[in-house]
Design a protein around this ligand. Structure first.
Ligand code: ZN
Length: 440
């Protein structure tokens, strides 16, 4: 199963040694322990994201990568463990070798055999903000998720209002696992009651529920085992030209740096398909957007590829990849390219300024009206739109900024209720009106 996502001449382990190959979203209330869980698995503190929040006042998607290891001893008492992205691909199992040491002391001449923990997965957590005002950032995160962990705290009644919305947001994903956190804070009886409440909320009987304590690192190995054995790495299309949605973009130069030291713009995102290599000639669409909505795609080259601290010569889908380019850094400064699409030159879809979609509203929401403002999330874009035509389950909308995407792309719809964007339904892009493009 895992061997399918490989370019000829390379092994699966060549990739997972340096790069994550699956994106797993962490979703749930702020207080339900997402950051603690991500820290328990990746060893990385999300403090840097907190600082970022204070500084920029915009809360972005957080990424943290982890390597998951399996002990070669099938009878090991803790077969799965995890480390950060830069950890080696194997190391002695602490549990198995502890025992061995004792027996070795008894039998002096015996040859020492070391039981190893071996790398089996390299995953990337997409940590989404849990506040309701940030629903749209969360929806952008869902666009790059292959699977999701929904965190629910065992010491609170389930479902919380936000949990309902969170679950709707990820219902398009095939692999969702519910993690019942903070079981150490409640009695066994209460934990079972809460488990039942989660079960009836999920309504489907097939979404697994794993009780853990992220704080005390209890049952984390069970969650890791679930990820390795039950969440397959999606089969990626590596033959099609590379396509990446941009979720962050930067100017990495310090103020007043010398012209010779100036580095090109950097775009961060997740590859949806294909492979991206150093020196590839790439295009970014819509690119530069003018006031009259004409667009000028950006043509540039791949200068560097990075996954967290690991330099890559070739990137495949999975995790957040930072693509260093030769473009003018002013174009990528301060997340200007977020929502845009990056790919090999001449292979990207067209750019639209109006969309026609078919849609379905979630239960309990009023029909969409003509002239209503609707926020759509499509790929990593959040775009405000104005509805100008409606018929049965079809809707035509004018976009507040042009977007580049394929037809039949899924999107979500939000409406402002009491001053906040609330997720009200899902849709599918059927047709669109294209913008005028200028020569790049
Ligand atoms: Zn072991």
């Amino acid at each position: 199963m895992e061997k399918q996502s490989i370019v000829e001449g390379r092994t699966f382990n060549d990739y997972i040694s340096k790069q994550a190959t699956i994106n797993i979203g962490t979703i749930g209330h702020v207080a339900h322990g997402k950051s603690t869980l991500v820290k328990a698995i990746t060893g990385l503190s999300t403090v840097k994201f907190k600082k970022e929040k204070e500084k920029n006042m915009t809360i972005k998607l957080g990424y943290a990568n982890a390597k998951i290891y399996q002990c070669e001893n099938p009878f090991c008492q803790q077969r799965y463990s995890s480390r950060g992205s830069q950890a080696p691909d194997e190391f002695p199992c602490e549990i198995c070798n502890q025992r061995q040491e004792k027996s070795n002391q008894e039998i002096e001449d015996e040859v020492e055999e070391v039981t190893m923990m071996r790398l089996v997965r390299h995953i990337s957590f997409v940590d989404t903000p849990g506040h309701e005002v940030l629903m749209s950032t969360m929806m952008n995160g869902v666009s790059v998720m292959d699977a999701a962990i929904l965190l629910i705290a065992a010491n609170e009644p389930c479902p919380q209002p936000q949990t309902v919305e969170h679950f709707q947001a990820i219902n398009q994903l095939n692999n969702v696992v519910v993690v019942q956190n903070k079981v150490d804070l409640v009695s066994e009886e209460r934990a079972i009651e809460n488990h039942q409440a989660i079960k009836s909320f999920l309504k489907n009987g097939r979404t697994p529920i794993i009780p853990i304590s992220a704080q005390r690192q209890i049952n984390i190995d069970c969650l890791l085992e679930h990820i390795v054995t039950r969440i397959p790495i999606p089969v990626r299309d590596l033959d099609s030209p590379a396509r990446m949605t941009i979720v962050r973009s930067f100017d990495v130069n310090r103020p007043a740096c010398k012209i010779d030291d100036l580095k090109g713009g950097v775009a961060g995102g997740s590859l949806l398909r294909g492979t991206l290599k150093l020196n590839d000639e790439i295009e970014i669409r819509p690119g530069i957007i003018y006031k009259d909505f004409t667009c000028q795609p950006i043509i540039t080259n791949v200068i560097s590829l990075c996954s967290e601290e690991n330099d890559l010569s070739e990137a495949i889908p999975g995790g957040l990849i930072a693509v260093g380019t030769s473009m003018d850094p002013i174009l990528s400064k301060s997340d200007r390219l977020v929502g845009q699409v990056l790919g090999l030159r001449g292979t990207l879809p067209v750019i639209y300024c109006e969309l026609e979609i078919c849609y379905l509203l979630h239960d309990g929401f009023k029909r969409i009206k003509k002239n209503e403002r609707i926020l759509i999330n499509i790929l990593s874009n959040s775009v405000e739109t104005t509805v100008f035509a409606l018929k049965a389950d079809l809707c035509k909308m004018r976009l507040s900024k042009p977007i580049c995407c394929d037809l039949e792309t899924r999107l979500s719809l939000s409406r402002k209720i009491a001053g906040k964007w609330r997720l009200i339904g899902h849709g599918l892009l059927l047709r669109g009106r294209q913008v005028t493009m200028q020569e790049a």
